[in-house]
Every structure is written in C-alpha cells, then in structure tokens.
Design a protein around this ligand. Structure first.
Ligand SMILES: Cc1cc2nc3c(=O)[nH]c(=O)nc-3n(C[C@H](O)[C@H](O)[C@H](O)COP(=O)(O)O)c2cc1C
Length: 203
C-alpha cells in the first residue's frame, strides 16, 4: 500500500512538473498555434467565381458557398453556349484551338476586396473553359490565392493548374478540387475536406 501511495504521489508530482514546465517555458504556445494559424487563415475574404454550362459546376459552387459563406459570382458569356451538346463541343473546340477568350456579361468591380478566389470550371478539353480564361485575363490577381474546383467527366483537374498559372502568373495557386459531374450531389465530404486542407473554417 505504502509503495502504491508513493508511486501515485510521484506520478502526480511528475505530471504537475511537466505541465508547469510546459507552461513556463512556452511549450504550450508551441502546441496551440495550429488552431491560431487556422484562425488567421480564416480571415480570408472569399470570392467564389464559376462558369457552368449545364449546372454541375454551379451546383458545386453553391455547396462551397453554403459551406464558406463567400460571395458567389457566376460568369456569363455575352454569347451563351448552345443547349445542344454537339454544337457546344464544336464551338468549344474552335475557342480552345485558337485560345479565344469569349467576352463576358459579368463584371466584378470589387475584386480587390477579396484575397482568396475559389475558381470553378467544367473540364473542357482537359482544362478550364474559355469563359474562365476570360475572367483570369481580365483581372489583375497578383498576390491573391486561387484555389480551383472543377467538375469533369473523367479527366479530373487536367491542365487546370498550369493554365491558371499562365493567365494569372502572379497569383498563388492552392490545391484544387475535382468532382465528377455525375457525383456533385454527393460531394459534401469532398468539399469540406478540401476546405479544411485550405485551412478554411466551414459549416
Ligand atoms: C465542350 C465540352 C468539353 C468537355 N471536355 C471534357 C474533357 O476533356 N474531360 C472531361 O473529363 N470532361 C469533359 N467534359 C464534360 C464536362 O466537364 C462535365 O460534364 C462537367 O461536369 C460539366 O459542367 P457544367 O454542368 O458545370 O457545365 C466536356 C464537356 C463539354 C460540354
């Protein structure tokens, strides 16, 4: 019994000593900053920009908007893409082949107010769709962070990262999210995991 008491007493004293040591040497503050850093990263003002022809990327953007509370802007080309899939494919082929940036109806006047842009596009021909290229080339995104999200039919993010770098060379590119167009309605966990990896607080 006596031995047990002594060892318990020793254990308590050791714990007390460790806690006091950690507290006074500043070890605690070293452990805490993970949450402090996350708090700092949540100070982002978030703009969600997307283009969507058939609704998949818009639906994903709306999930992201609900989760982050960011402002959502959908890019609308002056000349809308045809509802007919084959006509859209042939216009997209022409635009992608000659790097056409179709003019947009959408104007974003307060872009300077945002430091993080979550940028959504369908995968067209292995990369971002032409209206998204127009958005990138119409704005100075220097110093802002761009995190791409993309819906696709099997090609994932494709060359999205290198094309975004090409059109916004002075922006910081963050990790992207790719979701199959047919799986957008079940993407909630992918979305929250991605937002978590970006260090963003989310619902
Ligand atoms: C013109 C065009 C080109 C496409 N090219 C690809 C492609 O190269 N790779 C791929 O995985 N999906 C491709 N898709 C499929 C779309 O990326 C997919 O259906 C996407 O979810 C559509 O998004 P939206 O509904 O927001 O327009 C293409 C679709 C279109 C209309």
């Amino acid at each position: 019994m006596k031995i047990q008491h002594t060892s318990q007493g020793f254990e308590l004293a050791a714990r007390f000593f460790l806690v006091a040591f950690a507290f006074f040497t500043g070890l605690f503050p070293c452990l805490v900053p993970i949450s402090q850093a996350q708090a700092a990263e949540t100070d982002h003002k978030i703009l969600i920009v997307c283009f969507s022809r058939s609704g998949n990327t818009r639906a994903l953007a709306e999930q992201i908007q609900t989760a982050t509370g960011g402002k959502l802007v959908e890019l609308e080309p002056v000349e809308p893409y045809p509802a007919d899939y084959r006509l859209t494919v042939s216009r997209a082929r022409r635009e992608l082949a000659s790097d056409v940036h179709p003019p947009l109806k959408t104007k974003i006047d307060d872009i300077d107010a945002y430091n993080l842009i979550l940028l959504g596009s369908p995968n067209w021909g292995g990369s971002i769709a032409p209206p998204v290229k127009t958005f990138l080339s119409e704005h100075d995104l220097s110093g802002k962070t761009i995190a791409p999200f993309m819906t696709h039919g099997g090609s994932g993010l494709g060359r999205a990262a290198s094309d975004i770098r090409r059109f916004a060379p002075r922006a910081n590119l963050a990790e992207g999210l790719a979701v199959r167009g047919s799986a957008v309605s079940e993407a909630h966990r992918n979305v929250t995991t991605w937002l978590g990896r970006l260090g963003l607080r989310h619902n």
